[in-house]
Design a protein around this ligand. Structure first.
Ligand SMILES: NC(=O)c1ccc[n+]([C@@H]2O[C@H](COP(=O)([O-])OP(=O)(O)OC[C@H]3O[C@@H](n4cnc5c(N)ncnc54)[C@H](O)[C@@H]3O)[C@@H](O)[C@H]2O)c1
Length: 294
């Protein structure tokens, strides 16, 4: 294993004006990295960055909606302009909804928002990050999933659980990427962490059994979540890995093995793996040309 030195590296973080993202940004800055933060909470994000920059230029902030390509590109371009490139992407922006979702009104916009923010921000953020990192010779992407991304969860959390399962599945799709462009993709699955996010679980009207469940559930310390992020960033053997951040510490979540069968691992799958790296390298070169011309 070689340890990535964070000193002088540059990280882009989505949704880091507060909460878990802010705590990860604090840890990166403390280890000598520069950070570029995109969020919707401009006052908080700018104040955070001003604090990091109190003695020297270490950080930048931009209003950036993590669900929109134009905003994501602007975030990465700011990192290029200020610090010369991007080595680390923390795709952390996320939302949760109040607990009466299932029996709420049919609401196309509202009901699609969970997937829009929690899933699309990760898919789009990964696409932009890979181009920036490939040009620099490599990098690491860590997304924030959740324990709800691995296990069935409360009835009230169904859309959130679906969105975080998607983030875990997305992370586990990049086994070939290190061979294509030296980019590693990992995710962290925290259990409940005491942040502002939890306030959105309350529907503001009645105390309900789900509120009571959340109130009585143990919490993961934010420092445990940060430690999981730093491990996945620094340790270059971590590729496609899912780390659980639990109230009693960090654990690796191994991929399920029960489905394995010779019927779904025939020679043509091995052939795909063998030939796809060269094919993907050619596709990446085309994508970089397109990106440069845009
Ligand atoms: N707090 C928990 O218990 C917990 C547990 C597991 C996973 N998570 C995940 O951790 C991540 C961070 O959550 P948190 O607990 O720090 O919550 P938080 O609400 O404190 O922070 C979320 C941040 O994301 C930002 N954000 C939301 N939508 C955005 C968008 N479209 N574009 C840019 N920024 C956006 C918010 O403004 C905020 O700064 C989320 O993905 C969440 O799902 C949280």
């Amino acid at each position: 294993m070689t340890q990535l030195t964070l000193q002088g590296k540059t990280a882009v973080l989505t949704g880091a004006s507060r909460g878990i993202g802010k705590a990860v940004a604090d840890a990166l800055v403390a280890r000598g990295a520069n950070v570029v933060i995109g969020d919707l909470l401009d006052k908080e994000g700018q104040a955070l960055v001003d604090g990091y920059n109190s003695t020297e230029k270490r950080a930048a902030y931009i209003h950036s909606d993590a669900t929109r390509y134009s905003d994501i590109v602007a975030l990465f371009q700011l990192a290029e302009k200020e610090f010369g490139g991007v080595d680390i992407a923390v795709l952390n922006a996320g939302i949760i909804s109040h607990s009466n979702n299932l029996f709420g009104p049919f609401d196309d916009v509202g009901d699609e928002k969970m997937m829009q923010v929690n899933v699309n921000s990760v898919i789009k953020g990964t696409k932009v990050a890979v181009l920036h990192m490939a040009r620099r010779g490599g990098g690491v992407i860590v997304s924030t999933a959740s324990m709800a991304g691995l296990y069935s969860s409360a009835l009230e959390l169904a859309p959130y659980t679906a969105s975080k399962h998607a983030v875990v599945g997305h992370t586990r799709s990049f086994d070939l990427l290190p061979a294509v462009c030296n980019v590693r993709v990992n995710c962290v699955c925290p259990y409940w962490v005491e942040t502002d996010l939890l306030t959105y679980l309350k529907d503001g009207e009645t105390q309900n059994p789900f509120d009571t469940l959340v109130t009585h559930s143990p919490r993961t310390k934010v420092q445990t979540v940060v430690e999981a992020f730093i491990t996945l960033i620094e340790d270059d053997t971590r590729k496609g890995e899912t780390l659980l951040a639990l109230p009693d510490g960090i654990k690796v979540h191994d991929r399920p093995t029960g489905y394995q069968s010779t019927a779904i691992d025939p020679p043509h799958v091995q052939e795909y793996v063998k030939t796809n790296v060269a094919f993907m390298k050619a596709q990446l070169a085309e994508a970089l040309k397109r990106y440069d011309q845009a």
